[in-house]
Design a binder for this molecule. Sequence first.
Ligand SMILES: CSC[C@H]1O[C@@H](n2cnc3c(O)ncnc32)[C@H](O)[C@@H]1O
Ligand SMILES: [Zn+2]
Length: 442
Amino acid sequence: MEKLIYNARILTMNQRMETIEKGYIRIDKGKITEIGRMEELGEREEHCAGVAYDLEGMWVMPGFVNTHTHVPMTMLRGYADDLPLHTWLTKYIFPAEAKLVTPENVRLASRLAFLEMIKSGTTCFNDMYFFEDVIAEEAKRAGLRGVMNESVIDFPTASFRTVKEGFERVEKLIRQWEGDHSIHPSVCVHAPYTCSQKTLQEAKKLADKYSTLLQIHLAETRKEVEDITLEKGMSPAEYLYTIGLLDRNVIAAHCVWLNEKEVELLAKTGTAVGHCPKSNLKLASGIADTDTYIKAGITVGLGTDGTASNNALDMVEEMRFAALLAKVVHYNPEAVNARTALRMATIEGARALGLGDITGSLEKGKRADLLVVHAEATNMVPVYDVYSAIVYAMNSKNVRSSMVEGEWIMRDRVVLHVNKEEAVEGVNRIAAKIRMKNSDKR
Ligand SMILES: CSC[C@H]1O[C@@H](n2cnc3c(O)ncnc32)[C@H](O)[C@@H]1O
Ligand SMILES: [Zn+2]
């Protein structure tokens, strides 16, 4: 059914960063069919074949694109905090996942994640986990757009015993969702320190075969750089370049520790970065120098990482952290200004995922993935600059409604297709079992 949104201030986030003071968007079959000023609409609002929404006092902007997360890790939120990555991962998270990751738990934990994501304005996410078939089903039900990465790693996991089996699962998922508008399966390998050269190259071949994205964790910690340099005689990104892994269809999460040469390699190959500022801070991994990356021509999006290392899925927070942190890297307040930060959270994120023609900005022909923001909320007043208000003053509660593929997924803070009580109760049940098992061991 056609929808018409009118009387809103519209932030298009298009190439020219156009805003429309009082504008309208016409939506049909999931797509933006018209976008313009109210004067251009004239009396035509009466000629909407479906429903018209008067959004006086609201801003309409593209939904946030979370370029790196592990959706079902909501079940491990707060399970192991205040640890460095290596200890956190090998002593706590991998062992817990070996017992906890079942299709049923993944389903429940995904529902909780989707509630939190929708409430804080995410409309599109790039996931990396196990049982992505289940996560994809739940994302579809919630109404979200998702890039789904069944992730391959060189040890047996709950969802596959061998790397071969892992890649078979990836291919199955790709075929299963072929032609779907909002579920985008892709290929993923965990990291250069958990996957052999053979696994990494096989993944790249598969991503190229199906024209999908390839996702990997890269240069997250100083330890990773030291270990890979010792083993391969070169730093992690240089190693990936040497074996043919860096490319236009690749997104590397984190990239905290890139040297000058590696920055050039990423820029030259068109490899994108998924910057996760909060997770990098909490695990004390470091601060990625995104200002330098962007100036070098690298596409940089933002990600939350999972809730066991963040511990939230809130892109509004992530965007603010990204802007603030970039400034202290070079003691330069102009680094990553509000416009750049909002671009990273929307259109640059979409471009990093290879979805730049589909989502991330509000333009004719693109899919209608958008947010309705309450601009008159007290924490947003006064407004001298819309980008400043969104990046430095807004909080997630200011997001009132959201839409993906032209369908509302939240209206007036009510998430339409995820049952809150069920999701909360489900994850609390999982946590109770973990607590019981851990107290048995003592
Ligand atoms: C192979 S599925 C994804 C795998 O990654 C783990 N993980 C979560 N956060 C991080 C991180 O910051 N660096 C490296 N690995 C991470 C997650 O627990 C899954 O096992
Ligand atoms: Zn991660």
